[in-house]
Structure formats: C-alpha cells, structure tokens
Design a protein around this ligand. Structure first.
Ligand code: C5P
Ligand code: ZN
Length: 475
C-alpha cells in the first residue's frame, strides 16, 4: 500500500513539474460537485502562487462534445480535475493527436479508467489516478489534486483541508453502520491538514448541522443515524428533547445547536438516542459518536466539514461553483447568497423525497431490489442525495435501491445505493452496475455501496432486468 502511494506521489510530481514549467494560460475543466469544486480551488490557489493565469469551467460531465470544443481553443495545457479518466479515447482523439501540436493534458482523477492513449501520444498526457496504482478507495479527486499541488510547493500543504472536504463530499467517510472515519490516503492527507492546523478532530454526536441547525431540527432531519420516532417529525423531536431536559433556546431566545451542548447534555442526548435505537432493534444502536472534523480557518457556520461539503455541493450543482470556490479560498463575501442556495437545494431534496413517498406506483419492489422510476419529477442533480437518504431511512425494504431520472439528450441517470449490511453480505453495486451498463450502453461505475450510471432512456427495462438477474444469481 505504502509503495502504491509512493508511486502515485511520484506520478503527481511529474504533473506538478509540467505545470510549473508551463508558461501561458492554463485551461482547467473540473467536475461541478463538492469534490470538483475543492479540486478546482486547490489548483487555482496553487497556480496563483506560481503567478500563472487560468481559465476554469465546472461541468456536470465530460462529454465528447465538450472535449471537442476545448480542442478548438488555443490552449497549451489542459487540466482535467475529478473527471477525465473515463474519457481517455476522446482526449486522445481530440486533444492529443499529432495535428493538435504541442498541447499537454493532465488528468487528475479518481474515477474508473476507461479507454487508452495511443503509445505514440503518451508523452503528451500526465494521468494521475490512484486506480492506476491499485488504490481504488479512500482518496477523492481533490485528494489527488492536492498531491499535485503539494508537489508544486510545500506552501500548498495549507490546501490539504480541501482534499478532505472533497472526500467527505464524495461520501468517503463511513456511514453510521460502518467504521466511521477516513482511511488510506485520505488519512495521510488528514495528517497534513492537522499539521497545518487547518482541521481539528473532535469527538461528538455525528449528526448533520452540528453548528448550523437548531437541535430539534438537526434531530428531525437526521437519517444517519436514524432516530426512530424522532427523525422526520418536528413535534416528536421537540418532545424528545424536553423529556431529556435539554433546553432548546439560549438565554437570548435564539436556538441552541448541538455544538452548544455541554458534555453532560451530550451524554444525556446520546443515551436518549441509543435507547430509542435499541427499542427499535436498530443495527449498532451505539454508533452515534465519532470523529467530527472542524475546519479551523472557516467562519463559524462553515466550520463543520460535513456541512461545508454539503454547501459546496449545493453551490456547484446549482450552477454557482464559483461561490463555492470563493468559500474554499476563504472569501466569505457571498455567504448570504450561498445560504439561500443551500436552502433551495435542501428544499429540492425534500421535495424529491416526498414525491417518492407520495408516488408509490413509481416504486417497484421486487424480491431483489427497489426501483424508483421518477422520470422528470426529480431533477438529476439531486437524485444521488435522494437515493442515499432513502436507503438509510426505513422508507423502503432493506434491499438495494436503484433510482432512475431523466438526464439530457435522451439519457437516464441511475443512482444506486445499498446499506452496509448488504455490502457486508457480499453485494457489490459497482460490479452490478458495470454489468448492467455493459448490456445497455452508456457509462457507469462507483463503489460497492454506492454506484451510478448514465444509460440510454429506452434501456431502463433492460437495465432493471439485468440487475434482477445478477442479484438473484449472486450466490
Ligand atoms: O451519481 P451517484 O452519486 O449515484 O454515484 C455514486 C458513485 O458512482 C459515485 O462515486 C460516482 O463517482 C460513481 N459514478 C461513476 N460513474 C457514473 C456515475 C456515478 O463512477 N456514470
Ligand atoms: Zn469525486
């Protein structure tokens, strides 16, 4: 493992040297989600420190058309962040082929590698991807880009926290049923962040909104951990806290947050939650405490790393990734705008969830899995969140969940999730989705508990039939 990491670091250094020796404007294309926003912020700051100019675009996906458009631009160095590894053939054809002159491409990504570069063109591309070295988990796109930035200059170790936020945004931190925490390369980057005093690790209740939500709201919205009888109900949540004798408001009448609770109150709340979870036979009722990461250089409401990651997803996915990048680089002047975006992002997710709840005819439950066919009713950019929340809640039976929504150009976006207990029992969504995509066309990938794909819309049935067959014949 250590050797693999060292090889990746050597690889990152080569890319770093190319960037440093390049004079001219650097063209950057990054993914529009939290991980892509963090990757972009890291690269921008590193370039500014080298006195370089850049032109950045954040995109939902790297299409063949987009690569072709970039090929028409005057650019000597193109850097792809948190994407690109799946489009090597297109990069080869449109950006590297001999008549394109001396253009150099850097791909800094952690996704599945697809396609190949012709040997004659290999000298024109620097592909930094942990998968090339057998590391296929525990580092995000932002972590890979951080390794490049660190190799450009040791000053850039202060950007390590963004490598971690990217990983949290990509859900690389264990959920309630698993070991909580960051592992592998993520943990190495976390050490840099601690050393640079950018991240402080605290122990606490792992509930989203620790510093930003009134306590009763944080409990009401909590799905991971799920608090039976409390999650999803504001009045039950208020009553639960009152019964525990926990004050909801501060003396000045404003709402208290989880971060305001004394040690003793945290204990009281934790045992209350554990009791409810035991009463409802939840798996691992005690796993509600764990490491929480505080970003020490951010304003109070942005200090929780999980919450900050959500904010960056909200900015990026609603077309305002530039606001997210400003926050990453500690420019907080647009905070009000960002908060409004976060609210509307949350509202959209809430609307998506209640659409699923109200439209049971759109949900097909078989012996093997649940399938949500939402068409245009749930926007593509939030289906990942909706599917994750549903699979962690008790809305559907404990089986893998596959959600289908309309994407652009006649395609369907698929999001698949499986709970830890299913993964531990040997289910691997990455393999299942890859095999289904092989039948339908399109592209897909992911991890054992979370995978996604984009497939031709008319192939949804074939996709489902393949999944059914694969899960059924698994043993
Ligand atoms: O899009 P969604 O959040 O459902 O994806 C889950 C996981 O699958 C993510 O890690 C994502 O990077 C991966 N994925 C992929 N290829 C796709 C879609 C998703 O590798 N076309
Ligand atoms: Zn990513």
């Amino acid at each position: 493992m250590l050797e693999n990491i060292q090889n990746l670091v050597v690889n990152a250094k080569k890319a770093a040297d190319v960037i440093k020796s390049f004079s001219g404007r650097v063209r950057i294309i990054s993914h529009y989600d939290c991980d892509g926003v963090c990757s972009a912020a890291i690269m921008l700051r590193a370039l500014v420190r080298e006195g370089k100019e850049f032109h950045l675009t954040l995109v939902k996906q790297l299409s063949d058309n987009l690569i072709r458009e970039i090929s028409h631009e005057e650019n000597g160095l193109v850097i792809f962040l948190d994407l690109g590894s799946g489009q090597l053939e297109s990069i080869d054809k449109h950006l590297l082929s001999e008549e394109k002159g001396s253009r150099i491409v850097i791909v800094s990504d952690h996704h599945q590698v697809q396609g190949e570069i012709q040997p004659a063109l290999e000298r024109k591309i620097f592909h930094v991807n942990p998968m090339l070295f057998g590391i296929d988990e525990n580092v995000a796109g932002a972590g890979v880009t951080y390794l490049i930035a660190r190799a450009m200059s040791p000053v850039n170790t202060d950007l390590s926290e963004l490598g971690i936020v990217g990983a949290i945004g990509d859900s690389q931190i264990g959920s309630i049923g698993e070991n909580w925490g960051l592992f592998g390369l993520n943990k190495e980057i976390l050490k840099d962040a601690e050393k640079a005093k950018k991240i402080k690790i605290e122990k606490g209740l792992r509930i989203w909104g620790r510093r930003t939500r009134p306590i009763h709201k944080a409990l009401e919205y909590s799905v991971d951990p799920y608090i039976p009888g409390v999650s999803n109900s504001e009045s039950a949540s208020v009553q639960f806290l009152q019964e525990l004798g926990i004050e909801l408001k501060r003396p000045d009448g404003t709402w208290r947050t989880l971060a305001d609770l004394s040690e003793e109150e945290q204990q009281k709340l934790a045992s209350g939650i554990i009791k409810e979870r035991i009463r409802n036979n939840e798996e691992h009722p005690e796993r509600i405490f764990g490491d929480v990461y505080e970003l020490t250089d951010k304003k109070e409401e942005l200090r929780g790393a999980s919450e900050f990651a959500t904010i960056l997803n909200a900015c990026g996915k609603t077309g305002a990734g530039y606001l997210g990048i400003s926050l990453c680089l500690n420019d907080f002047s647009s905070l009000d705008d960002v908060k409004a975006r976060l609210e509307s992002y949350r509202r959209e997710i809430g609307k998506g969830l209640s659409w699923v709840e109200k439209n049971s005819d759109a949900v097909k439950i078989t012996e093997n899995a649940s399938y949500i066919r939402a068409g245009a009713k749930i926007p593509e950019y939030i289906i990942s969140n909706v599917t994750s929340i549903i699979s962690k809640s008790n809305m559907l039976p404990p089986k893998p969940v596959f959600a289908f929504v309309d994407a652009e150009e006649g395609m369907t976006k698929v999001s698949a999730r499986a709970e830890d207990s299913l993964v531990k029992a040997g289910l691997d969504l990455k393999d299942i989705v890859a095999s289904a995509v092989a039948e339908t066309g399109g592209e897909g990938g992911g991890h054992s508990g979370a995978a996604g794909a984009t497939i031709p819309r008319e192939k949804e049935e074939i996709f489902i039939n393949t999944v059914e067959r694969l899960i059924k014949n698994r043993d």
